[in-house]
Design a binder for this molecule. Sequence first.
Ligand SMILES: Cc1cc2nc3c(=O)[nH]c(=O)nc-3n(C[C@H](O)[C@H](O)[C@H](O)COP(=O)(O)OP(=O)(O)OC[C@H]3O[C@@H](n4cnc5c(N)ncnc54)[C@H](O)[C@@H]3O)c2cc1C
Length: 485
Amino acid sequence: MDDSRPRVAVIGGGWAGLAAAVRLAKAGLPCRLFEASRTLGGRARRVPWKLIDGREIALDNGQHILIGAYRETLALLRELGLDPEDAFERTPLHLIGANGLRLEASMQNAPWHLLAMIVTARGIGIDERWAIASFMLRAKKIDWSLDVDRSVTELLKSWHQPDPLVHKVWAPLCIAALNTPVDGSSAQVFLNVLRDTLGAAARDSDLLLPRIDLGGLLPDTARRFLEGRPGAASNAASTVTSTISLATRVQNLLVDDDGVSVASGTATDLGEPERFAAAVVATPPSEAARLLAPMALRDARYRTIVATCEGFAFQPIVTVYLLYRDPPRWPSRMLLLDAAPHVDHFGQWAFDRSERIDESTGMPTPANGTGLVAVVISADGAHRDIEGKDLIAAVARQMAAECGMPSRPLDARIIVEKRATFACAPSLARPDGSTPHARLVLAGDYVADADRSTHYPATLEAAVIGGRRAADALLETVGRASAAA
Ligand SMILES: Cc1cc2nc3c(=O)[nH]c(=O)nc-3n(C[C@H](O)[C@H](O)[C@H](O)COP(=O)(O)OP(=O)(O)OC[C@H]3O[C@@H](n4cnc5c(N)ncnc54)[C@H](O)[C@@H]3O)c2cc1C
């Protein structure tokens, strides 16, 4: 390796940090990636589960769904040698309820896929179908753009959506997409998501369910690439070697016009600061605020960024995994549940994770013939005050009542992500990723530019876009400086 090459520090090994590091390394800039935990992937990572029978299987820290419109994420996986057609099961958008609701998009292009969905819908009345059609027409007429942002509840009311339809369709869709209760969700971001799915080409609205665990998607492939090891495809190995330091938390950083000094280690055992040509801070916003705070003491422009980063509130996601003797026999791998907290039905969506693996790809089958179900409870709610084992028991009862599963699963595990995503509130202030020093940039799912029509909720796609943009900005700065030297 050419040691004179400028090196970049990437702080945070979630999908944003990994996307940034891959982009930088591809352009010939080696990185040192600092990750505080022992695992890459951040909020989209692999979690091992030792089953009652002694087998160990790989789970995700939470069920993730991608959509066809996640262009940058899918492009990144392809660059790393992973074919999305193998890694995901792709199906046309559908909403199949355990209670008989059935909305299925066809494979035609917009608006026909949506029209077919409305015409063939089951479980909703003719008035409700008209209401969906009129909502979509109205959104298209205003080019999916509101003059003033407001809550999704306010939008649905002012656009005359009947309450039962809100309960059956709009609220579950909004909570799934924005992970924020409808009363506090941004109508503009909801419209952006609808525009890029229901309002776009049919393939954009396709649902992509991972066949492998989240670790096998970006974290493993990016790591192989960054460390210069051959990937799934022979061309997916970096020509420069980057370093990945797990269990290494960045405690402090200091930036000046020529570069960035980074001190990592434990609070009581700080190593010597290391010098880099530039740095990407790809941590959640609260940690970005902490790392930028020393600069804010001297510079009011940093104070604005720190205040914006500190302004985010967060929403939880609970995932309950249930293991059964046999795989479920459902009409779809993803079922919309009839969430009704007043009767202890807290589950919102159920996913059949038993047969994730396509035999043709030769990838492992963790559930090994048994039935593995993931039940998701997004956003804050009445379940917050219930103890883990009681919540598991309630979810198992709900799965028996609604989805015909045996009342006693063989094994169960609950994963609570208290700060799963930022709360996607109306008119939320978000930093654009730049700082007063061109050598220091922010990346993450919370970063967004001033154009609200591009704002997305906390998603893998937003994280990857943020990471790649941050890398592009640094490539320009560091590249310009190297050329001038
Ligand atoms: C349960 C759950 C379900 C979800 N479902 C979906 C879904 O279906 N579809 C979808 O698109 N998105 C989903 N998301 C959201 C998605 O996972 C996130 O938007 C995305 O992973 C955020 O990536 P990130 O890189 O911006 O941040 P993070 O993943 O939070 O990465 C930040 C990393 O920085 C590290 N770090 C923090 N401080 C330091 C420090 N000082 N030094 C070094 N490292 C540090 C952290 O350990 C972490 O690994 C879900 C999230 C959760 C939790």
